[in-house]
Design a protein around this ligand. Sequence first.
Ligand code: SF4
Ligand code: SF4
Length: 327
Amino acid sequence: MVAVDSGMTRFAHKLAEQSMSLRRARPEILQVNVGKLCNLTCVHCHVNAGPKRKEIMSRNTIDRIIDWLAKTNVPTVDLTGGAPEMIPDFRYFVERVKDLEPLRHVIDRCNLIILVEDGYHDLAEFLAARQVEIIASMPCYSAKNVNQQRGEGVFEGSIAALQLLNSLGYGIDPALPLHLVYNPVGEFLPSPQEELEADYKRELEKHFGIVFNQLYTITNLPIGRFAASLRHRNRLDEYMQLLIEAFNPATIEGLMCRNTISVGWRGEVYDCDFNQQLGMQWNNSDRSQMFLWDVNPDSLEDRKILTGDHCFGCTAGAGSSCGGAIT
Ligand code: SF4
Ligand code: SF4
């Protein structure tokens, strides 16, 4: 057992107890959060995104990110938000990444409903033509649960969007992967990913003729709008306790913060999108704020990851990452 410092967070304490530390491996994914603008206002949102948010990435920042990427071999660019497709330069960003050598893989984290909103009807075709992988939120295969978490009518719109994606080859053509994301509707851990995936596949195909590749189960982290909702209902401490008790050391190696660089709408850098929402930005050695263009990708291995008690959301049970369960 390692001696622990009483000033540590409970998460740091837990790692020390297990003689573990959380450090970076080689960066393989650049996850860019292009802003907080979204067409929805989901109750579980950790970004506090919504239609009135003004924080979005400018073209100048996109150009600086592309210049940085061009000097690296980071193979995957993962676009998230808000609804990333709503920023005016979303398509410009995708096109510029796709023009890079060596070729890069692009992921769009899509809330589905945006694909059937007015003004976005050609978006799905644009994504298919550029072979952009889609990772789409779909918190349940039942209308009641989806509409409760994401708003009235979202389920019906999501089904129409999935049918549109299937008609373009998404989920069928290996070059057009379509993955769905499940997150619990309340303050509990996700069910086992494989079982839930089988349920989703059966129900969506049976009732709507929809097919997709994989289901990713993601735990709700106690930050942002979800934390506010728990606090409001006096359930925050109970949920934290649930996450702490479910700590699973086998998840540590596969945590997404180990191989992902998270970038905010101004180009600032973090260990993950959750740290981003908590303002846990990287600093330069002179303590000034670090932006992506200050980062030497070859110097990141073994860099210590900034953690807090919210990290228990990623290490609970089977673990949780942008690619679903870890173990
Ligand atoms: S959870 Fe996603 S779709 Fe919902 S408000 Fe947040 S960013 Fe938008
Ligand atoms: S919240 Fe999760 S991904 Fe982010 S630093 Fe903590 S453990 Fe890593």
